[in-house]
Design a protein around this ligand. Structure first.
Ligand SMILES: [Zn+2]
Length: 488
């Protein structure tokens, strides 16, 4: 399996630190608001990556934090006249709930910053003892960036380049503009904890480094997040962990690409800003995931309501094929054509092999899905050609393979919305394996079969079609303009 490491800008053969096990960490949200679909893209991408590692047989330990103390939370609380804790609790719960609705698996460990103050203080002490951090007179503690010779390696930046435009903001007690806060002295009205440097709270970058070390152990196999986190957040996490413990931090860095809406950057001012919650009110989680996975996780993803509608239709069509394969297998009659069945079996094997090879190539979900779209087309062709003489094993094998591949990606196929009544497809030979998703087309075929039977004066078949439709509450209406099927 090859994974693109954003720190080395290369696809590397994945070699877990401990055979058969993967330890991975993905930065979680700062819980001050509902997450938007750009955030969701990151969490869904890493859910798929995790699912594929599990499917490959790895024992995966996945940790993700909740940043429940931060300037954004404090500001939101002040705006709303609430406590920071109330805001953080509300949006932590909402985040967990919407992740469930998006079919994102719970992390194995979900540490919260406010419950990890002790380990963070421990790490900061270690950094001060080793000369990598210093406490300022005002009670802030800073990491001394220039004390870390490997600073910049995660995000590909050079310390000297970072100096351009860097400055010390008012109220900061840094020695060097590049330094970043590990601990912030308490301001009135803010959440605060006791520390050797007085009352205060941890900096954002501090929590992930401490949690990775505490829950997974350094180094880990995979560290991930959105590409906007590579600098400074991931760079700073890495600097702290490597300087504190000298064990390395993350072997592979993975970053997801941006999400655009109709080709533009999503922003509240452009009116194209959507939360995950509002998208899932209108569309299924499976459709959103299908849309997202049709673009490689590192590439920019273009979201639009039309594309989402298209993904919803694709899912209905795929689910229809799975259902028709299953139905046809259960109602198979006559001798199945062995060469047609062999062709279908070969198509299943080819799709499976291609799916695996694409997923093993840096989780290329777009290529993996394409292999199964192709199989769906071939399965439909098979059903058309086989008629009622379906090879049950081949048809069921194809159905299971299609449903299984989508499930591995976390896409649960929907029940087709408009179910064709059982028996409708059996009214005439050749219709029993109807494979389209358009009910009108099925009706057309039935009417054509009846017209054909009548033209051939095959009255038994024509009557059987009429009678079976009547049993299902449908009737054929013959008019001057032609025939149609309507509810009786
Ligand atoms: Zn982080």
């Amino acid at each position: 399996m090859k994974i693109y490491n954003s720190a080395t800008h290369a696809k590397e053969t994945f070699q877990p630190i401990e055979a058969g096990k993967v330890r991975m960490y993905v930065c979680g949200p700062t819980v001050y608001d509902n997450i938007h679909i750009g955030n969701a893209r990151t969490f869904i991408s890493f859910d798929v990556i995790r699912r594929w590692l599990i499917a490959r047989g790895y024992e995966v330990t996945f940790a993700q934090n909740l940043t429940d103390v931060d300037d954004k939370i404090i500001n939101r609380a002040n705006e709303q006249g609430r406590t920071a804790e109330e805001v953080a609790t509300e949006f932590s719960n909402k985040f967990i709930d919407v992740m469930h609705r998006a079919n994102v698996m719970d992390p194995d460990v979900r540490p919260r910053a406010t419950k990890e103050i002790g380990p963070m203080i421990g790490m900061i002490k270690t950094l001060i003892e080793q000369g990598h951090a210093y406490a300022a007179d005002n009670g802030d503690v800073y990491f001394a960036v220039r004390s870390d010779p490997s600073y910049g390696e995660v995000s590909g930046r050079k310390v000297d380049d970072l100096m351009v435009g860097a400055r010390i903001a008012a109220g900061e007690a840094k020695r060097d503009p590049l330094d970043f806060a590990l601990w912030k002295a308490a301001k009135p009205g803010e959440p605060m904890w006791n520390s050797p440097w007085g009352k205060g709270r941890p900096g954002w970058h501090t929590e992930c480094a401490a949690m990775v070390h505490r829950y997974l152990g350094c180094p880990i196999d995979i560290h991930g997040g959105g590409s906007d986190l590579a600098f400074p957040h991931h760079e700073n996490e890495c600097a702290q962990a490597t300087c504190a413990w000298h064990e390395g931090f993350a072997n592979t860095w993975m970053h997801t690409g941006m999400l655009l809406v109709d080709g533009e950057k999503m922003s509240k001012s452009l009116g194209n800003f959507f939360t995950l919650e509002e998208v899932l009110e209108k569309h299924s989680a499976a459709a959103l995931r299908l849309l997202m996975l049709q673009t490689h996780y590192r590439s920019p993803l273009d979201f639009s309501w039309e594309r989402l509608e298209g993904a919803e239709n694709s899912l209905t069509r795929i689910a229809g094929t799975v259902k028709n394969l299953t139905w046809a297998a259960r109602h198979a009659e006559g001798d199945a054509d062995a060469s047609l069945a062999a062709k279908l079996n070969a198509a299943v094997d080819a799709a499976k092999a291609e799916f695996e090879s694409q997923m093993n190539d840096d989780f290329n979900t777009a290529g993996a899905l394409a292999a199964y779209f192709q199989l769906v087309t071939e399965a439909n062709t098979y059903l058309d050609q086989a008629g009622s003489a379906v090879d049950a094993d081949a048809a069921l094998g194809a159905a299971a393979s299609i449903a299984g591949a989508f499930k591995v990606l976390g896409i649960e196929l929907p029940e087709p919305e408009e179910e064709l009544p059982a028996g409708l497809l059996g009214v005439a030979a050749g219709l029993c394996a109807y494979t389209g998703d358009d009910v009108n087309e099925a009706a057309e075929r039935i009417l054509a079969a009846r017209a054909e039977a009548r033209a051939a004066k095959n009255w038994d078949v024509a009557d059987a079609i009429r009678d079976q439709l009547r049993d299902m509450g449908l009737m054929i209406e013959d008019t001057a303009a032609g025939s149609r099927i309507k509810r009786a």
